[in-house]
Design a protein around this ligand. Structure first.
Ligand code: HSE
Length: 306
């Protein structure tokens, strides 16, 4: 095998109440990557389509992740990475995580090493770190494993795969602005009032119980963010109108996807997901911003070879 093609999926991090600890994997938008063996020794990014991104290994999240993997598991074989970016950087749906995960998974497949996905994750996190300034795995874990992930502890990689109730459907609107994750993190208040902490932890517990019990009403009651939304909503034009439109259209919940500007809503069917999309559209059209809207089931597989 001299070359393989990888689909590396987008993801929604935080899921309202679970800042840095919850994320889900999307089916609809994926980066495509080709990982090739080369006669020239070493690691190279040979082509990037779809976006202007650095080609240098040290400045590109895929490059940093790939290098981290190859430093631990060296090879004499030269490796080239081609990236077709379909997930826009700074869109809030795990663009950097998709690149980092795709690179590490792809090289591991190309070299036919038998490492498990859990053995790959720390290298993908090393790549993600250069985009967000901090190690967080709430896009990386779902993009790698698929489904819904709980990151109980990013240092010890204590990551739990959560059940995915079968009806859950995601609607995403991406207003075409760029929000840099590291800036969106720096802007957050470092102190959390006790009463907000209590509500937030209750919602996380409620959401996780709702997923296990397949109790959509409990999931709906729990999809609230008492801590982050207030600061980050300021960066998204008409955020609260988008949220109201989604809830009025039957969403179980609606919130900022990752660090934004994308906004996600969960619902129980494609029909409701489409009404939410129409609600989002009616609000965003008034802003004059360009936008994309996606509807997706939860992707249970994560990154894969095609
Ligand atoms: N949990 C991260 C944040 C996700 O909200 O900053 C970034 O996509």
């Amino acid at each position: 095998m001299d070359s393989i093609k990888i689909f590396s999926p987008s993801s929604v991090a935080n899921l309202s109440c679970g800042f840095d600890i919850l994320g889900l994997c999307l089916e609809t938008i994926c980066d495509e990557m080709i990982i090739k063996k080369s006669n020239t020794p070493g690691l190279r990014i040979s082509k990037i389509e779809g976006e202007e991104l650095p080609m240098s290994i040290e400045k590109n999240v895929a490059g940093v992740a790939a290098k981290s993997y190859l430093d631990m598991y060296p090879t004499d074989i030269g490796i080239e990475i081609e990236i077709n970016k379909k997930i826009k950087s700074g869109s809030g749906i795990g663009s950097s995580a998709a690149s980092a995960v795709g690179a590490v998974f792809g090289i591991n497949e190309l070299l036919e090493r038998k490492l498990k996905k859990i053995d790959l994750i720390s290298h993908a996190i090393n790549g993600e770190k250069i985009a967000s300034g901090e190690a967080h795995a709430d896009n990386i874990a779902p993009a790698l494993f698929g489904g819904l992930s709980l990151i109980r502890d990013v240092k010890t990689l204590d990551i739990i795969r959560l059940p995915v109730p079968s009806e859950l459907t995601v609607t995403i609107i991406h207003p075409k602005l760029v929000i840099n994750t590291s800036h969106a993190r720096e802007a957050l208040s470092k102190q959390v009032p006790l009463k907000n902490m209590i509500k937030q932890t209750a919602n996380i517990a409620g959401l996780i119980s709702g997923l296990f019990l397949e109790d959509y009403d409990l999931i709906s009651r729990s999809l609230n963010d008492e801590i982050i939304e207030k600061d980050r909503s300021l960066l998204i034009p008409e955020y609260f109108k988008l949220k109201s439109a989604a809830l009025e259209s039957g969403a179980l919940g609606c919130g900022i996807s990752g660090s934004g500007p994308s906004v996600y809503a969960l619902s129980r069917s494609k029909i409701t997901a489409e009404s939410i999309a129409a609600g989002f559209k009616s609000v965003i059209l008034k802003t004059g911003l360009d936008f994309d809207i996606y509807i997706s089931k939860i992707n249970l597989d994560g990154v894969k070879k095609i």
